[in-house]
Design a protein around this ligand. Sequence first.
Ligand code: GAP
Length: 491
Amino acid sequence: MAKETNQPAPQAGFQALISHCKEYGYIFQSSEIYDGLQAVYDYGQYGAQLKKNIRDYWWKSMTQLHDNIVGIDAAIFMHPTTWKASGHVDNFSDPMIDNKDSNKRYRVDHLIEAHAETLQEPAAGTLIAEMEALIARDDYAGLKNLIDSNNIKCAVSGTCNWTDVRQFNLMFSTEFGAVATEGEEDNKVYLRPETAQGIFVNFLNVQKTGRMKIPFGIAQTGKAFRNEIVARQFIFRMREFEQMEMQFFVRPGTQMEWYRYWKEQRRAWHESLGVPAEKLRFHDHVKLAHYADAALDIEFEFPFGWKELEGIHSRTDFDLKNHQEYSKKKMQYFDNDLNEEDKPYGNYIPYVVETSVGLDRLVLTILSLAYAEEKWNREDGSEDSRVVLRIPPRIAPLKLAVLPLTKKDGLPEIADALIKECKGDFHCFYEEKDSIGKRYRRMDAIGTPFCVTIDHQTKEDNTVTIRYRDTMVQERIPMADVRRLINEKIG
Ligand code: GAP
């Protein structure tokens, strides 16, 4: 059977992927019955399981496979001073511009990038380089000039009637307690824009109770919230999303060594998850965030271009030092393991190297790699096709579908017994409706890597047909081997 993968053009393929995610229970627009809420999404039965499998894989690799990394689960709400100390109240903003005719607001970098995509090289590259230089200098007048001189238009009004470039803070806030008094700042709390601060404020709690020795890490997964102005590209940029972050506490002066170490570790981790090396690249930051002395993105080639998947940041002692200053509580570590001559400097605020990856972006990475439309000719010359999600078996939401050939003759009971045997180890699915061919196609579309068919021969010799999603190869094996074989394949 000559099988040909027919990958549609990237943008068309992306729209097809979004529809597929909805049709097969992966991702829905939030509050869809009320026409949705922009940049907020709900995960359906398969999406939630895929997301959990990726989260578990990350959690295990951080906290189980590293002896010196432990995990915590801090609250989303934090004392408001946290965000003063972290710099988010003053600095967590993006340059924005409004179009006076449409009243539409744009992030300046997105507006210019979208325009650059319509240009040929080298003009596109020059425009992006100019923009990056201006952003690095916080030169808002220069950015406005760049927009004007390139005649960049609003996609809604089609005009160049722009306001000045201004900064907008991205944090969401709400009121704490029963009564919200207008203009009363005391009640104001923020929805965390990153999970990292929950780790910093617990640094000494964990270090002391866990008797952790530097270098060590604290990992956490959880929701974060940002009032993204231009929220687009499906689950790539959301207003409510999930992060998986790890803060690695090191001796001052050793941070660049650890920065290089985590850069390579994290790249290797993505590859171990099934992301091909040629779809990943590093991008060093030109403009550093307010807390960093070095920073890079691990970028993935999404269907809409190369974009940030994970950030690696050398955060110095910025966060701990500021929490010490604002809280008046010591954030120091006593390093017993220093050489004799360094002992007088044994009390210090550690430096931090952070790895921070968006779980939703990882889900999108895996789904965009997995989605394929395939066509081939059958032996009789007629055409066949399928849509398949080639999700790595280890993280696929369903591992095994058990399909009795008919609804009678005791075949469903045998299928049921096989599911009972396997479901303690991995997720199984039972399906007796429709032809076997249709059921295989449905499982391909969901991304189930293995299907087992129970037929009349099973009753005679206890063998079943196992069918592999990726190759569509079928083979006859003893039913007693199914559980072990699948455990081996997903292990
Ligand atoms: N603690 C550092 C930090 O938050 P960041 O580069 O702003 O750094 C880290 O975010 C990661 O979080 C990004 O690489 C991305 O994967 C994810 N992320 C950030 N904003 C996001 C959004 N609006 N929607 C989805 N994921 C987002």
